[in-house]
Design a protein around this ligand. Sequence first.
Ligand code: FAD
Length: 504
Amino acid sequence: MTTSETSAASQTSAESHTGDAQTSADPQTTGAAAALAAAEEIVGADRVTRGGPGDNTGLFRQRDTAATVAPRTAEQAQRVVKAFAAAGGEVSLHAYSTGRNWGLGSRESATDNVVALDLSGLDAIRDIDVAAGWAVVEPGVTQGHLAGLLADTERMVNVTVSTAHSSVLGNALDRGVGLRHQRVEDLVGLEVVLPDGELVHVGWWPEGDRKTPVYPHTLGPSLVQLFVQSNLGVVTGATIRLLARPEALRVVRLNYTPENLGPATALLRRWVAQGLASGVPKFYNPTAARGYGSAPGQFLAHVPVDGTAASVAALSAIIADEAVKSGVFTEVSTTDATDPDAPHHEVTSLVERSYLGDPDVSDRVFEQKMGMRADQLDTDLGFLFFLPLLPFTAEAVVTAERLLGQVHAETGVLAGGTGNVLGDDLVDLVVAMKFDRADAQAAHRALDRLYELFAEQGFLPYRLDVDHHEWIDRVGGRPSARAFARRLKDSLDPTGVIAPGRYL
Ligand SMILES: Cc1cc2nc3c(=O)[nH]c(=O)nc-3n(C[C@H](O)[C@H](O)[C@H](O)COP(=O)(O)OP(=O)(O)OC[C@H]3O[C@@H](n4cnc5c(N)ncnc54)[C@H](O)[C@@H]3O)c2cc1C
């Protein structure tokens, strides 16, 4: 099956938002042409590329994208938005930061008839105060860049396990998940170009010599989160929280068999609820655990413990002791990272470092899991994500694993499941499907089944891929809340200048 056949097969929701989805703006004859010509004037002809973003690793249908415009500054981005606003929404702008939204669409938009706004060229760290714990970053600033600046300081970035070359801001704007917590918690201020081209600063921003405490809500309605998973504006900068770096950290590694999934989950939950673990503990089903060197058929959990050297020694010993006494685990180790002879020494050392804010600029774990370099994914690999939230209970985790088995039986597609523990009661289950690009149709069938089966159980997705945007009306909250959000969109962006269909 070819890419275009596959893409057509998986074509679902995006069209329903546009009605005339396949009608491309003809940049030769319409107001869109004037907007593109203006964009060329603003950013320079060498930073406007005709046509769409090319292949995507999810093999989602390639949208009708007239061009990609790549400004270098926030001021240029603002002028580009104004130019497209003047075109009255004849063509819309789809903004991304570094466009590594792998498995959910990469650089593709939700709908057709767009011009992509590639913000990766806005890559300045405009300001930073390590002591006070904040940095002002642009969308093109990668986690590797920011983390490198903080090496050997008392602060760190909340990094994800995606490539070091992914955007701190782009990930946060889609509610990505880092190793310390969900990235939205790091967003304290946003610089946003509204659909009419006005530039606003919401949330907390540094005030020169006056040292105000970092606090995102200010007074009155809290506006920062309005622009997360949102098409109410294009974000050109942000104040990001820099976290206190723990003095010490250890990852307790645990392996267990499928029969013990329930009891192991219950123990893990207890350690989290009682404050023994810190950051985002993770558990991996046997398919996902292979990427970290676990034996076939084994589940794996990484339980991070941090604090002072003494508290880490004490807490990790308590967890290990309880784990051994429980009889639930096949392997328990607190020394993988410190013992060079331990079988999982290298990978666990890298995992520990990532909990300490080092995203590993060499992408070693990333490449081990994906089997190739990050820049090859969009052309050489088939890869899809499904991202539901689960209650953090043994019953829910066992049910979710059973559903992955059901999808495997129905479609032949084996999914990796990684649980990111986001709190005492919440797990972000990252369902990842790696496949041969020739098998994309089966993978998309599996993706559709995952949406259906998980939603039936109440395990609702918290991020959507570009082909499943109609799900927002099925699982995106109460109808009154959706209607209110649409009223906001209609009043701020009546002609649809910014990313129609993207979560709103
Ligand atoms: C092996 C592997 C591991 C991964 N691990 C993680 C992980 O640990 N955590 C995680 O969250 N993800 C993970 N991912 C998924 C993905 O790679 C990351 O989320 C990545 O950070 C997203 O790409 P980006 O940063 O370039 O964001 P982008 O693709 O630039 O942005 C994502 C979306 O946010 C919106 N957006 C971005 N920038 C703007 C802007 N300036 N203005 C308005 N809207 C904007 C757009 O809708 C865009 O589509 C992983 C992927 C793989 C393959």
